[in-house]
Design a protein around this ligand. Structure first.
Ligand code: SAH
Ligand code: F3S
Length: 487
């Protein structure tokens, strides 16, 4: 039986796509094996920043060497870089057998079969514009109480730095009925927290027009969408769901209806990842972000008025063409003004076929590094201060499993997305997938340590599916919400 391995570069959508590739291959009778033992090596690529592309090139180089020893090895380049570069990947990297776009995952088994029968290298990168396909979650139970659900694909924005509109195509949405059915199915199998995925997930519209208008939705507002209506429908129709997260929203669609959904729905956590990119109006305009600094701040203020304890994390680009020291200072002051808890910072890198490609990349690399380090200094301090303030507080934590760092602890996330390690894994064990009350006893750099309250210890666990409990030792920490990105 053929063995395959999938290596993922990049974002959560890619992670999700990799899982779908594994699924279709397993469905075709193949087995996931360690990369060194695989007959098919799939590299699921990212092209959002130059660094990710460099990594891919060196990875293909490594496999090309292996292929010289093992000529039967098939090398697949999938994901955004595949979509972006298409056939030219074959010219540049002759060891590659298949270039596969993100919309062509379902065709993978058939294409591999063609290659095994001696076909020359293949390229399949067509967007499924007429009949969008959304591959659903695996039929085998995930080993965590958390799951991602693709809500839409593509992006209709034209942020001038961004390659995603090219690599993922125009926006296509899943019907709310299909989404709700998938979430209900996940919940019936033990999932308690779902993250809705999409490039601008809050631009969502039901392609079948099946959703009623959400409270406070203004149909005359061009930034309005049906995302709030979707959240309400999920909350109403999947009662077993405990938490509903989403990523990534576009700030312009953080409209009153969405803020009202955050206020009204108990399943909405008190956290939003809201990429702002820059604090300078001049830069925001050049980036074509379609909001100004004051508009962003006003939306954050409305969110905080509705959900006072909400934490907000963000993405920042430093060194965009023309960014002066004064522009950059505005970014720093915005980070302080919002008090972001978690900043993903990136140095601008020119991407092929983006509008900003025509602008001179005029901030020197050393200056970009200096600015990024300053972003991290500020954001690290904000995270530290925020975590220190949690000492002694009682948080509601969704238990995900044992802590990777220390076996004797369990780990989970609070409503505000803080990572909370919980003492006494033996007693927390029976509560995986449940929300437990935890008193914070220590603050670390990017996470908290807590212990279950007396009241919580006295409560009888609800009891998760035994399969999920058996899977416990495999669970590990999720990425930290603290400052990340390129160092
Ligand atoms: N809306 C998408 C954005 C994808 S790109 C989402 O789901 O998050 C993720 C982040 O990478 C962006 O928010 C931006 O901060 C950063 N990024 C995108 N293009 C970039 C570029 N050319 N250079 C540096 N950073 C970039
Ligand atoms: Fe990229 Fe802007 Fe869309 S960052 S994914 S073009 S919202």
């Amino acid at each position: 039986m053929p063995g395959f391995s999938v290596t993922t570069f990049g974002c959560q959508m890619n992670q999700h796509d990799s899982e779908r590739m594994e699924e279709v291959l397993r469905g075709g009778g193949a087995t996931a094996v360690a990369a060194d033992d695989a007959d098919v090596v799939i590299l699921n690529t990212c092209s959002v920043r130059e660094k990710a592309e460099q990594k891919l090139r060196s990875e293909v180089g490594r496999w090309a060497k292996v292929k010289r020893e093992r000529p039967d090895l098939l090398i697949v380049v999938a994901g955004c870089m595949a979509q972006q570069e298409g056939r030219s990947i074959l010219a540049e990297m002759p060891s590659v057998d298949l270039v596969l776009g993100p919309d062509n995952i379902a065709e993978l088994p058939g294409l591999l079969a063609e290659l095994r029968m001696g076909s020359p290298p293949l390229v399949r990168t067509e967007f499924d514009l007429d009949a969008p396909r959304f591959l659903t979650a695996p039929t085998t139970l995930g080993e965590r109480p958390t799951a991602f659900v693709t809500t839409m694909k593509g992006c209709n924005e034209r942020c001038t730095f961004c390659v995603v509109p090219n690599t993922r195509g125009p926006e296509r949405y899943r019907s709310s009925a299909e989404l709700i059915a998938e979430i209900a199915d996940l919940v019936s199998r033990g999932v308690r927290e779902v993250t809705l995925l999409g490039q601008t997930v809050n631009s969502y519209r039901d392609p079948r027009g099946a959703l009623p208008r959400a409270p406070e939705a203004d149909p005359g507002d061009p930034d309005e969408s049906e995302f709030a209506a979707l959240l309400r429908a999920i909350a109403a129709e999947v009662p077993g769901l405990v938490r509903l997260r989403y990523t990534s929203p576009h700030p312009r669609h953080l409209t009153p209806s969405l803020i009202a959904a955050h206020r009204d729905l108990a399943i909405m956590p008190h956290h939003v990842h809201l990429p702002v990119q820059s604090g300078s109006d001049r830069m925001l305009k050049r980036m074509l972000r379609r909001y100004r600094r004051d508009e962003f701040l006003a939306r954050v203020a409305s969110l905080r008025a509705a959900v006072p304890e909400a934490t907000i994390s963000t993405d920042i680009i430093v060194g965009f063409p023309g960014e002066t020291e004064a522009d950059f200072e505005e970014t720093l002051s915005l980070i302080e003004a919002v008090g972001f808890v978690g900043v993903f910072g990136f140095k601008y890198s020119v991407r092929p076929n983006t509008p900003a490609e025509r602008l001179p990349d005029d901030v020197p690399e050393a200056e970009k590094s200096r600015r990024l380090a300053r972003v991290f200094d500020v954001s690290e301090r904000l995270v530290r201060e925020h975590l220190a303030q949690q000492l002694g507080k009682t948080l509601r934590v969704l238990v995900e499993g044992p802590s990777k760092a220390r076996e004797e602890n369990a780990t989970g996330r609070s409503e505000r997305n803080e990572i909370v390690h919980i003492e006494d894994a033996a007693r927390v064990r029976s509560r995986v997938g449940e929300v437990v009350e935890v008193t914070v006893v220590e603050a670390y750099k990017h996470s908290l340590l807590g212990r279950m309250t007396e009241a919580e210890l006295a409560r009888t666990p609800e009891g998760m599916p035994t399969r999920m409990r058996r899977a416990l030792p495999l669970l590990g920490d999720k990425p930290s919400p603290g400052p990340r990105g390129e160092a």
